[in-house]
Design a protein around this ligand. Structure first.
Ligand SMILES: [Zn+2]
Length: 144
């Protein structure tokens, strides 16, 4: 298996709006926003609720569980730094709370299926912790 921590890949853009998310990932916690006005769970980070336009969003800890909604096995990455890791999976994870996020899926392409249960597996990729997911019950991912 590829040493993901050694990859030379571009990282996420940190800004004040998404700081609680990235600080959570670094600490091994998946955070999403919840609307204090309508109760909607929100991801990606936003200044106002996409359902009711309230600005009463606050950060909450998500369960870190979800289902694989779709995925793609990447053979030709968009950045050459990912080449040593090919083929790898990128998937849409439908969180138990409802929002969908795109994530690296820590599994082989023939080991997953749409609908599989996934768990949050923060992983060192390129020297930074990124919010990956792995099949529920698997041992893949970083211990935090
Ligand atoms: Zn709302």
């Amino acid at each position: 298996m590829t040493d993901l921590a050694a990859l030379q890949v571009p990282g996420p853009i940190h800004e004040p709006l998404n700081a609680p998310f990235w600080e959570g990932v670094e600490a091994g916690v998946l955070r999403i926003q919840r609307c204090g006005a309508c109760g909607a769970s929100v991801f990606y980070p936003r200044p106002i609720c996409p359902r009711c336009w309230s600005d009463a969003l606050r950060w909450v800890e998500a369960r870190g569980t979800g289902r694989l909604k779709s995925y793609s096995e990447i053979f030709k990455p968009g950045h050459p730094g990912w080449s040593p890791a090919t083929p790898y999976l990128v998937g849409l994870v439908e969180l138990t709370e409802g929002p969908v996020l795109m994530s690296h899926i820590l599994a082989a392409g023939n080991a997953v299926a749409i609908g599989d249960a996934l768990t949050f597996a923060p992983t060192d990729i390129g020297g930074r912790i990124l919010p990956c997911f792995a099949k529920a019950g698997s041992e893949t991912g970083r211990e935090v």
